[in-house]
Design a protein around this ligand. Structure first.
Ligand SMILES: Nc1nc2c([nH]c(=O)n2[C@H]2C[C@H](O)[C@@H](COP(=O)(O)OP(=O)(O)OP(=O)(O)O)O2)c(=O)[nH]1
Ligand SMILES: [Mg+2]
Length: 130
């Protein structure tokens, strides 16, 4: 099975993270996620994330830092989530594709239902920011 390469952004501001909810019909539908999407050919992870975060949440990413890479096999799909911390951005995020989105305090993140691959990301986010 081919691994899908995904750029994932942890959008951080003042102790809160902006998360969105995946549409029901998508892979891992209905779960909360850190916005992002598949890398296109020839893109760096930073470039892919800039494009995806403009498309999905309408922000202009200005700087990122690598956080971690997670590989996960869902059985029906294998993903490699290259996760970046978004340290500076312009604009205010919103669910530009009609999806739900909200700012969540670091301490409340674990109350949301994320895909299985996100466990490691969540742990790392709390280590890095809490
Ligand atoms: N964006 C994102 N994807 C995640 C997370 N956790 C996780 O397992 N995934 C998986 C779900 C999907 O299989 C894959 C991301 O693909 P996607 O559906 O967001 O890709 P995309 O935005 O490019 O969407 P599309 O153009 O294919 O519609 O990674 C997460 O926190 N954020
Ligand atoms: Mg996406």
């Amino acid at each position: 099975m081919k691994t899908v390469e995904v750029a994932v952004g942890v959008i951080h501001r003042d102790g809160q993270i902006y998360i969105t909810r995946r549409a029901q019909q998508l892979h891992q539908g209905g779960k909360w996620e850190f916005p992002g999407g598949k890398k296109e050919q020839g893109e760096t992870v930073h470039q892919a994330l800039c494009r995806e975060l403009t498309e999905e949440v309408g922000i202009d990413v200005q700087s990122t830092e690598p956080l971690l890479v997670v590989e996960h096999d869902y059985g029906d799909k294998k993903v490699r989530l290259e996760t970046l911390l978004v340290t500076r951005f312009g604009g205010e995020p919103y669910g530009r594709e009609g999806q739900q989105g909200q700012w969540v305090k670091l301490n409340d993140l674990s109350n949301f239902d994320f895909p299985e691959a996100n466990k490691a990301i969540l742990q790392k986010v709390l280590e890095a920011l809490a």
